[in-house]
Design a protein. Sequence first.
Length: 115
Amino acid sequence: MGAFNPVHLSFPVLIGAGGVGYIRHWGERDDFDNNWEVDEDSYAFFVFEPGVEIEFNVIEWMRFALVGSYRFTSDVKLNYKNSVFGETAYGGTPIASTDLMRSYNVGVVVKFGLF
């Protein structure tokens, strides 16, 4: 083990892909006879999330960290189906904005181990 430095900075980066979907639901979830769910739309996206993390040594084998990052994603294009049980009023209408997955993130992390 090296010297016991009380504060550390790290720069985590997430690079990957993900997916999101939307399900339209009618009726009560407990009423199986009058319960309808339709997979409205789904979409895959690319994600890149750089961040900064400041870690504080609590004891030799435990660290506490505050994390901040920003998630960049490709556009997510979710649209209502053209026809669901005879409905056509919303066909092709976007469900949400294309940047719905882009956002600032903050968090708290507790790490255990030999550092």
